[in-house]
Design a protein. Sequence first.
Length: 297
Amino acid sequence: MTTHHSRRDAIKKVATMALAGTALSSLTNRVAAHENAVGEKLKGRINHSVCAWCYNGIPLEELCKAAKDIGIQSIDLLGPDDFATAKKYDLTCAMVASNNKDWGITRGWNRLEHHDKLVEYFQHMIDETAKAGFTNLICFSGNRDGLDDQQGLENCASGLKKIMGYAEKKKVTLVMELLNSKVNHADYQCDHTAWGVELCKAIGSDQFKLLYDIYHMQIMEGDVIRTIRENQQYIAHYHTGGVPGRNEIDETQELFYPAIMQAVLDTGFKGFVAQEFVPKRPDKLGSLKQAVGICDI
């Protein structure tokens, strides 16, 4: 009986010690994770930005302050009226917006009848971008509206060539965004990387490149890493987003962003990667910080 009790007591003691060790290890891990979350500096290999429109419920001033605290260096898709707010927090605008009531995603460079007014508008926006000390200005192809892809490409090239000399003089890069036409932007013409690359070749200027939106191109064509490797010389900027849904870029979606970011770095890319997901969780800025941490390889 004494032997039985002794064995049982010893087993209890070992079990208690094991549980205590597990609890201590768990506590240590949680403390370490907390310390990393609040104190660890970013590695500095990726230049981080964030798209302002994804945080419309948060005042720009508050977003800028949070971005600065996280270690983000830029706010994407600002217009001239908001440049001063970003600069107040020592942030750049790695991609300047070019949407207004007349021009944007659906109405762009693929229509000859738009060219004269677009040249006038973009000359103004190039001036504003250069005056602020920024270097990238977004542009769009426009929707097909029955226009075949070859004609659309030729029209975009002929129109953009009219403004490229001015962009080169001002050292501003016009950057056309690749968007999906399957889920979000029905009928948009610049919806495949190959089409955008052919447009870059047709224009033939280092001041015209592509915005490779990882979310959009995963939907349209997949094969993200190989596409980045093969076309890196035509890419000026990257946007993120979880697929499906365009929400957080964590384990809830199908893309593995650390591997994609490594592929981007392997190309020698020195530009910016901007978070462009729409936070689903109540703590939107927490989701932003998490996303930057995922991409900060």
